[in-house]
Design a protein around this ligand. Structure first.
Ligand code: SF4
Length: 268
């Protein structure tokens, strides 16, 4: 019986999130599919995703891409046993500690601190951005600036609590001037992202921005956004970065369509 009020509150929160995103879209958006419902992905306890500051040129270089409605057929990736929560937390903490002491690339020289992740490591949904920005470097948390606020609205519109998803970046140290990480920097940091993902084992990854998509090998030919791909055996939906959407709000609608595909996949 006590669950009824909480369920009602959760539903109201989802509606509020959805309306907030609709407002972001200009207040005139009529969804082509039914409004989102709670995702089974929230393995989370409902308690607990670039600073990709992709250049508009890079983001807009592929605006007319194919839109496969389903991810590619699973590869023969080995089934991995998901770790129990205490061990998962312990292993992620160890990895975070390794990141904090990392000097593998030049980015360590300019950082205030490393930025590992935020959110629920048991989530089935992971957002991967590009790298920390100024605010993230200051706080040690990914996606806490204006782009993070927009990402939170996107997550809410999907019917999920802010901390029900897991959010991290390609590189863990802030590139100077918020530039895109160099391939050498992303390459030096790739092992950390790979280990994070393999510990979490998400059902779906959303690659935020071209840089994240590129570093997952999902940019080929002319298109990348809205096209299901696979990285290390995980389904990946690449979409535009929230920082890009702040500059080019007209692209919020295709992003919403991508997120709808993600929700459909998570509910399948
Ligand atoms: Fe290490 Fe990654 Fe930071 Fe480079 S960006 S110093 S590889 S943690």
């Amino acid at each position: 019986m006590n669950d009824v009020p909480s369920a009602r509150r959760a539903l109201l929160a989802q509606i509020a999130g959805y309306l907030a995103w609709e407002e972001e879209l200009g207040g005139s958006f009529v969804p082509s599919v039914s409004a989102p419902s709670p995702l089974p992905s929230a393995r989370s306890s409902e308690s607990a995703p670039a600073l990709a500051r992709p250049t508009s040129q890079a983001e807009s270089s592929s605006r007319a891409e194919p839109h496969p409605s389903t991810p590619p057929a699973p590869e023969s990736s080995p089934a991995r046993a998901k770790l129990a929560t205490p061990e998962l937390t312990r292993r992620l903490d160890l990895l975070d500690g390794e990141v904090r002491g990392c000097t593998r690339c030049e980015l360590h020289k300019g950082r205030t601190q490393t930025v590992f992740a935020r959110g629920n490591p048991e989530s089935e949904l992971v957002f991967v951005g590009e790298g920390p920005g100024q605010e993230e470097d200051r706080t040690g948390q990914p996606f806490v600036g204006p782009a993070g606020v927009l990402l939170d609205k996107m997550v809410a519109a999907m019917g999920l609590a802010r901390d029900a998803v897991y959010i991290c970046n390609v590189v863990k140290c802030r590139p100077p001037g918020n530039r895109t990480p160099l391939p050498s920097e992303a390459g030096a940091c790739a092992g950390f992202l790979e280990q994070q993902l393999d510990l979490i084992q998400p059902r779906v990854i959303v690659a935020l921005g071209r840089c994240a998509a590129e570093n997952m090998g999902l940019v080929s030919g002319g298109g990348w956004r809205g096209r299901w791909g696979r990285y290390r055996g995980y389904d990946v939906m690449p979409t535009y970065h929230p920082a890009f959407l702040l500059r080019s709000p007209e692209y919020k609608r295709p992003v919403w369509e991508d997120l709808q595909r993600v929700m459909t996949q998570l509910k399948s």
